[in-house]
Write a protein that binds this ligand. Structure first.
Ligand code: ATP
Ligand code: ZN
Length: 304
């Protein structure tokens, strides 16, 4: 990804959230891809020092529009925002000219229907005629339509969870990760409408000249970072005649390296990269298969 790759001053522009739940992790992902930046005085523009890639720090809700307008080439937002804006735009007759390039590993949450804690929930039909407060009218209306329910959607831009106690709505749909905010407002989760993680979006506008290889390398590095996050390097000692069994237990492992142990012909050292999460249960199974001295190490970087 040397700057020489870009034939002119053209630079790839990525929009990420300025502050909020996705901000630090989005920026950290780009830094883990080896990108370094100089920040503008207002701290809203980050100039890529070692690659022709710049970052714009904005409100997450503005990112889809920046992609539609071709102001930015890439953007990181929650699927909830990406899909909501797609629905709202298409209801207005506008196009949503962006595509999802990758699901990322952070920003996990769900858009859920929540109702007052002492109310009984008997399914979507019980929402008939109710007032539903939400910041996600597009996704909420789509859910109601899919379930053949007619209800009034009240659009609020924030503090949706207080709407039932204020009397401005009967129930809400809102983003939930732990459910603590709902409980604090005497609400309970009744239904999950959508599961969401952060995604990398790409504008449908063509990339400026020379940027295709820059994008390709950035995507390969993002894949490497995501894979390294999941992967672990496992080292253990095992009975020489049980290596095949050990290999089957190791989650997502390719051919392991098998090494001789000095002064011991019965046991060998097995080293393997596991590309799936290694749980305690796996370690216990390995032990039962005769493994000892099991070490699980993080993987810093990975290039396929
Ligand atoms: P902005 O000022 O940029 O508009 P915001 O208030 O809309 O910020 P945040 O609350 O920072 O946004 O959430 C950003 C994204 O983080 C959400 O759109 C969602 O994808 C994700 N997220 C993960 N967990 C949660 C959660 N518990 N509540 C809200 N959003 C969550
Ligand atoms: Zn927002």
């Amino acid at each position: 990804m040397q700057s020489s790759l870009a034939t002119s001053d053209n630079r790839l522009k990525i929009a990420v959230q300025k502050s909020g739940r996705l901000a630090d992790k989005s920026f950290a992902l780009l830094e883990r891809c080896g990108l370094t930046f100089s920040r503008s005085k207002d701290k809203l523009f980050c100039y890529g020092r070692n690659v022709p890639v710049d970052v714009l720090l904005v409100r997450d809700d503005d990112i889809p529009q920046l992609l539609v307008d071709g102001v930015c080439d890439l953007g990181i937002v929650g699927e909830n925002v990406s899909e909501e804006q797609r629905l709202v735009r298409s209801a207005r007759g506008d196009t949503a000219d962006y595509t999802t390039l990758k699901k990322l590993s952070f920003g996990t949450c769900r858009l859920s229907l929540a109702i007052p804690e002492f109310q009984e929930y008997t399914g979507p039909a019980s929402l008939e005629g109710k007032r539903i407060a939400t910041s996600y009218p597009g996704l909420t209306n789509q859910y109601l339509k899919e379930n053949g329910v007619s209800a009034r959607v009240v659009h609020l831009s924030g503090s949706v969870e207080i709407a039932p106690s204020m009397g401005t709505a009967d129930v809400i749909t809102d983003l939930v990760s732990t459910g603590t905010t709902l409980r604090a407002n005497h609400l309970k989760e009744a239904e999950v409408i959508m599961r969401s993680t952060a995604v990398l979006l790409q504008s449908a506008s063509p990339l400026d000249e020379g940027l295709e290889p820059v994008l390709k390398r950035l995507l390969a590095r993002i894949d490497g970072v995501l894979e390294a996050q999941e992967s672990k390097y496992v080292m253990l000692h095992a009975p020489a005649d049980r290596v095949a069994e050990i290999r089957r237990i190791l989650p997502g492992a390719e051919s392991p390296t098998v090494l001789k142990l000095e002064g011991n012909d019965d046991r060998v050292a097995v080293h393997a990269v596991c590309r799936e999460t290694v749980f305690w249960e796996h370690l216990e199974e390995l032990k039962e298969a005769g493994a000892s001295a099991v070490l699980v190490l993080p993987v810093e970087k990975m290039l396929a």
